[in-house]
Design a protein around this ligand. Structure first.
Ligand code: NAP
Length: 339
């Protein structure tokens, strides 16, 4: 029998944590013992793994004894404080927060793009999972970059509320219900109403006028693609529950025709081409939700520059944007690195 691995899911009660558990189950990850960790608020709650009950425990510095792989999705503060304890106890951390992503000693991994960088995990014992909107963009752009060298990316996002976690999902539900009943909508998670609205702010504003989310897309893209690509981003929260959409414009070193781009994307790992506009076929969040693939369509030449392309890219932010990507990393880790 092949080896089983003891896995801790930190943030097991959250939107991403719940999906991580599902991904481990669906992909038949060889789990030995599983431990679910969350805040004291959830300690004692009973969740399941493959139909068997698992009691949620409070996250402490002693939570990681006997754990081989710790999947973190409990917010940056917890990752900063507890990843070192997990590593100290002998676990490898795969972290969903932004805390370690730009650390030069921590690999930032999208398995379809830069799986070789996982080898660098040994320095700190941590592998960072990129930002959700960055993951789907680089999955789609990598084959185009390999063919024609992307020089510049202009991206605008349309991001689902599930990207903010379970409280934001509830907030959109509650606001829609309240408004349809003619009642006032309460805003607690977002600074303004999200129901029937769009918010051109994700994360806080930096001194340069960009938001944290926008700068993540700029910096993480370059690190993952291992290239000095110019990137400029506008990130927008929209009243969609699951699935981030992106309008992406690229400028390349040499021409890619629409046909060539379609050909490259058809055979690209993790990509599903959905590009038949005449028949109403293009990626939409309602189709991407619950899927692991990154959907690409609306491919057009940018007629305003010599070598440019426009694309519309959609993926499930909780799955490929977080949980699936993390479990894929864990799969490569046990296959190629852990003994
Ligand atoms: P969420 O639904 O709000 O879940 C947060 C999780 O963290 C819950 O399990 C919560 O436990 C736990 N937690 C909060 N405070 C804690 C504490 N003091 N000690 C231990 N556990 C604590 O958020 P989420 O969307 O799943 O996001 C979690 C992380 O993943 C964040 O770092 C986020 O940036 C990252 N991420 C999210 C997405 C996305 O699309 N949602 C994508 C990429 C990365 P309780 O239930 O006990 O409060």
């Amino acid at each position: 029998m092949s080896k089983l691995w003891n896995v801790a899911v930190v943030g097991a009660t959250g939107a991403v944590g719940a999906q991580m558990i599902e991904c481990l189950e669906e992909r038949n990850f060889p789990v030995g013992k599983v431990r679910y960790l969350a805040s004291a608020r959830s300690a004692g709650e009973i969740l399941e793994f493959k139909g068997k009950p698992v009691v949620v425990e409070e996250l402490t510095h002693d939570s990681f004894e006997g754990i081989d792989i710790a999947l973190f999705s409990a917010g940056g503060e917890r990752s900063r404080e507890f990843c070192p304890s997990a590593v100290q106890a002998g676990a490898v951390c795969i972290d969903n927060s932004s805390v370690w992503r730009m650390d030069p000693e921590v690999p930032l991994v999208v398995p379809e793009v830069n799986p070789h960088t996982i080898a660098q995990y040994t320095t700190k014992g941590i592998i960072a999972n990129p930002n959700c909107s960055t993951i789907q963009m680089v999955v789609a752009l990598k084959p185009l970059h390999d063919y024609a060298t992307i020089k510049r990316i202009v991206v605008s996002t349309y991001q689902a509320v599930s990207g903010t976690g379970k409280k934001a999902i509830e907030e959109l539900h509650d606001q829609i219900r309240a408004m349809l009943q003619g009642k006032p909508a309460e805003c607690t998670v977002y600074p303004h109403r999200i129901a029937f609205n769009c918010l051109p702010q994700i994360d806080s504003f930096k001194e340069n006028g960009y938001t944290g989310e926008e700068m993540k897309m700029v910096n993480e893209t370059r690190k993952i693609m291992e290239a000095e690509i110019g990137v400029t981003a506008t990130t927008v929260r929209v009243p969609v529950f699951y699935g981030h959409s992106e309008s992406v414009n690229i400028e390349t070193g040499r021409k890619i025709t629409v046909d060539r781009a379609r050909e490259l994307l058809k055979s690209a790992p993790g990509v599903e081409l959905a590009d038949d506009p005449a028949n109403g076929v293009y990626p939409m969040p309602i189709d991407a939700a619950g899927q692991d693939l990154t959907f690409v369509g609306r491919i057009r030449e940018d007629e305003s520059i010599e070598n440019g392309l426009n694309l519309w890219i959609v993926a499930d932010n909780i799955r490929k944007g977080a949980a699936t990507n993390a479990v894929q990393i864990a799969e490569i880790l046990i296959e190629n690195y852990l003994k």
